[in-house]
Write a protein that binds this ligand. Structure first.
Ligand code: CO
Length: 204
């Protein structure tokens, strides 16, 4: 524990004093990040940003569940109070949640959460089962999970109020490789209600 407090003192000494003057006045992040709780993926650090630039929500395997009031509150605040311009769902290769969900093993309580991932596997079973290499299958599953969660996010009804009011935010999917530190964009982008399935469009 002392290691963390000592580390904090060292970090404070390394920062320009203006940083704390600025952050003391408040936050105005342009980005909301929804990522995995994995300890290897600190959003601000791996993107070369400073504190104050990214609003963050993390859970096991970056899942967007429509009844998760924690996630919904973070997203609502990011859209309505912070007015972020971009939302990123970040998955990663070598994700313990993804590996557990495809292992066929029972883990206990966490299996309820892993079922959200198994839903994604199930929806892409033909494609995923056809990949013989387990590593390649796990990597593709992690990518498909990000894409599925981007769509889940876009289906939260209050996104549509934000798009109508200020044409933002856009929702992106990215994947991080813990083996080489590279963050890559996935082929998924949602900019407004035209990019979501009509079944999820709502008006007042
Ligand atoms: Co993970």
């Amino acid at each position: 524990m002392d290691q963390l407090l000592d580390g904090n003192q060292e970090w404070v000494r390394e920062q320009p004093p203006e940083l704390f003057e600025e952050l003391g006045r408040g936050q105005r992040p342009e980005y909301l990040w929804i990522g995995c709780a994995d300890s290897r993926i600190p959003a601000t650090m791996i993107t070369g940003q400073t504190p104050g630039s990214i609003f963050v929500h993390r859970n096991i395997a970056n899942v967007v569940v429509h009844s998760d009031s924690n996630l919904l509150s973070v997203v609502w605040f990011a859209l309505n109070a912070l007015q972020v311009r971009h939302v990123l769902v970040c998955g990663h290769y070598g994700c313990g949640g993804i590996l557990a969900a495809m292992s066929g093993k029972r883990y206990g309580f966490i299996d309820n959460w892993l079922n959200h991932l198994r839903d994604v596997y199930h929806a892409h079973q033909t494609e995923l089962d056809a990949i013989k290499s387990e590593e390649a299958r796990e990597r593709r599953f992690a990518e498909l999970n990000v894409i599925a969660q981007v769509h889940n996010l876009a289906r939260i009804p209050f996104f549509q109020e934000s798009w109508a009011a200020r044409s933002a935010p856009s929702i992106h999917g990215v994947i991080y490789d813990v083996n080489d530190g590279q963050l890559r964009k996935l082929d998924v982008l949602i900019r407004g209600p035209e990019d979501i399935d009509p079944a999820f469009r709502v008006t007042s």
